[in-house]
Structure formats: structure tokens, C-alpha cells
Write a protein that binds this ligand. Sequence first.
Ligand code: NAD
Length: 477
Amino acid sequence: MLADPQFISKITAQVLAKLQETEQGKENTGIFATMDDAVAAARHAYRELKTLSLEKREGLIAAMREAACANAALLAEMAVQETGMGRVIDKIVKNKLAARKTPGTEDLRTGAWTGDRGLTIVEQGPFGVIGAITPTTNPSETLINNGIGMIAAGNAVVFSPHPTARLTSRRTVEILNAAIVRAGGPANLLTAVAEPSIEAAERMMKHPDVNMLVATGGPGVVRAVLSSGKKAIGAGAGNPPAVVDETADIAKAARDIVDGCSFDNNLPCIAEKEVIAVGSIADELTAYMGKYGAYPIRGRQVEDLMKVVLTEKEERMAPGCTAKPRKLYGVNKNFIGKDAGYILRQIGLSVPDGVKVVLCETEADHPFVLEELMMPVLPLVQVKDIDAAVELAVKVEHGNRHTAIMHSKNVDHLTRLARAIETTIFVKNGPSYAGIGVGGEGFTTFTIAGPTGEGLTSARSFTRQRRCVLVDAFSIV
Ligand code: NAD
């Protein structure tokens, strides 16, 4: 008899949970029953880290990088198993990317002034204990990336991971802590509670021994840290448009958009969420996208898909208001990060394995365009020219100032959109993931702080500036 896949999933989850309980029993895993204990242990580890040299700190980071790479596949498999979202093969790439391309201590900069009155330096020191809230969409990547960057800056970290990814995030903390201890570093430089919850996150935000907060997630959590009264970095939601004009290399644009949109089944906040194409090249673009793995649907099929992947309710009207209530749409969480083939099967379409993206042409105000779907369902809107493309891209990005992508060979067009949309990341002529260092230059991050302006965060984002002044000496000229 063939075992039911759901039954296998359930058993695997139970075994994983049991394994985690056993790990918890061991010392120095970084996992604690209460938030107060997690903070106290991180505070103790921070004091110990302060006694170590920068060279030693860099040694701990090297050990974290190695452990994260060695466990990239395990963590990727756990994440897909536990959350039911994303693709193992892409999550391996993301884990390794975080391990290898997150900057270490070399990111820290010292500023200096010399002159008649001596030498003044400004150094970047640690905050102390950072409380980091992490998303379900990158449940190990964010911890690897934040962990390396925050420790490189001399901090200890208390993580508050998303409850639906708690086992994966816990395992990541354990793996990184074990590597640090093996390399001769303090235990519990990274900590978390065994059972993360909103209540535990709130306790962390209010805890007097947590000096700084970093939130990676949707608008709710960014708002929560920004109202905490503490120094906070907020890395929030995006809805990245991919604009294609008539001067673009259409075949390449099509391939890049399909690749970027389907990476980890569209979970990354930077991934292409809608295409805005100038009318004269829209048909050619659609045809090429089909060639590279997009499956076009239309008419009734789009309506059926809306019923599956969106939630719908009527606007609540004030008493006495006679206006017709509007339909309000949301995203059906059951389809976030699912394969295109799985999504299409829900509307009765069976497609070959190579299909990566569901493509549909829509109006500009369609909920597929306006909502951050986080699944490989890609609406395409035709516009008459570049003016209309820029206007629409700015509108549907919703002022998140997160990420935008454009395919064009016209420098003026590229510059116009970049200036108008003011995003933290603007990728020209490549897939969105080039913006975080995959097939593009530059370091990586999994915490892109648009709302608070740190941009692509790295070690230096997690530091305090401290000035030290030596009067009338040490200037040698
Ligand atoms: P989410 O907002 O549901 O959860 C993120 C984290 O915040 C979780 O740990 C959750 O438990 C916690 N949380 C949520 N509300 C909270 C509250 N009121 N108080 C305290 N903690 C709270 O997001 P998600 O579904 O896990 O992740 C997807 C979202 O994150 C998308 O909107 C995506 O664009 C965004 N994201 C942004 C970045 C970035 O770098 N800007 C990176 C990844 C994901």
C-alpha cells in the first residue's frame, strides 16, 4: 500500500518536533522556555563577546558561514516541510547566499579628522542585545544573514521567528550557536524562545535589556517596532513592478522576469509581482515568457483563479451610508509560495512540470496587481507608452519604496522610473534577485529596510556611532 503524503508529512513533523525537544534539553543551544531567559542569556553572551578581539570575532563568523553552508540543504528541506511554502532547490541557494555574501567585520568603518587640535575618530560600536523579528518566508535565511551581520557589529541577538516556521528557525539558531561555541566563542550569542508567539515578541520589544529592534516582515510588525520607543529598523512589504519598454531585449526580459518571479515560488519580497509592458511589445513579451516557463490563462480561468487564491469581503459601511460597498480582497494564505502547477490544478488545469509561472493579462486595478500575492501568479498590464508605465508602476508599488525592475535600453526611460519610484532596490535588465547579489554585483541582505532608510542592511546598520577625541596630539603633519 502506498503511504498517504499527508500522513508522511505529519509523521515527519512529529519526528522533527521530538528531535527539537531533545536538542532543547542540551546546554547552549540558544533555545529558552521564556523570553526573559533568552534575553538574559544573550546579554551574558554580549558581555563575553566584548572581551574578544576583532580577529576572534571574524573567526566566529567564519564558523557560522561554514555551518550554514553545510546545513543549507537540511534547513531548506525543513522550511518547505514545515511552512509548506517555497522550493527546496531555491532555498538552498538562499541559505548559501546568506552564508557567503553577508558582510562581516570588514563592513565596519572608522571615520577620522586630524588638524591643529589633534585627532578625532568615530567608531561603529555595538548596540548590545538586538531583538530581531523574522518572517516565515525566509525562516533560516534571515537568521543566518541577521546573525552574521549583527555579531560582526559586536552584538548578541534574540530572535523572535514566525510561529509557523518555528522549528526551522530554532534549528538555525542551534546550528549557528554550536558553530560559534566550537570556534571558541561564547554560548548563546543567538537566542530564541522555544515557542515563539506575538506575546513573546511583545515581551521582547518591551524588555529593558533589549537595546535595538529589527523587524523583517509585513506592515503590522514594522508598525509594532516603530512604536516601541526603541531604536528600530523596519524592513517591510513590497509589491515590485517589472516594467518593459519597446527598447528592451524582449527575449531576455521575458526570461529574467519568469526566473525572478518563480524564484522560491515568488516568496522573496523583491520578486517580480506584476509586469507593466508597453503595448507595442506586449504580445512578443508574452510569447517569450511562455517559452521560458509561463503558462497564460485568460477570461473565465482568471475568474476561477481569483476565487481560489484571493479572499473576498465587502467593505463595512458607516451606519446611514447609502454608497454601494466595495469588494475588499486579500490573499488566501494557503496558496502563498505554492508551485504554479499546484495552483493551476485548483482550477482544473493540468500542466507539464516545466511550468514555473501562471501568467494572465489584467486591467491595471486588478487585485492580482494591487495585492502582494507571494505566489507565482503574475499579472501583465499593457500600457500605451513609457509615461503611462512610470505612472502605473509608482501607483502599484504603493509607496513601499522597496524594489522595482525595469527592462529597457533607453537611459532616459530607466532614469525616469528610478527617480519617480524611489525604491531601495532598482534592478535594470536583470532578474529581481540580481538586486541581492545573485548574478549582480554587491553584498546580500535579507532585511531590506525601506521604511527606516538603512536600505540593504549589513553589520554597520547594527552599530552606534561613537566619537573619541584626542586633543593636541597624534596629528603627524
Ligand atoms: P508577517 O508580518 O506576518 O510576520 C513577520 C514576523 O512578524 C513574524 O515573526 C511574526 O510573528 C511577527 N509579527 C507579526 N505581527 C506582529 C506584531 N503585531 N507584533 C509582533 N510581532 C509580529 O510576515 P510574513 O508572512 O512572515 O513575511 C512576509 C512579509 O514580509 C511580506 O510582506 C514580505 O514582503 C515581507 N518581507 C520583507 C522583507 C524585507 O527585507 N523588506 C524580507 C522578507 C519579507
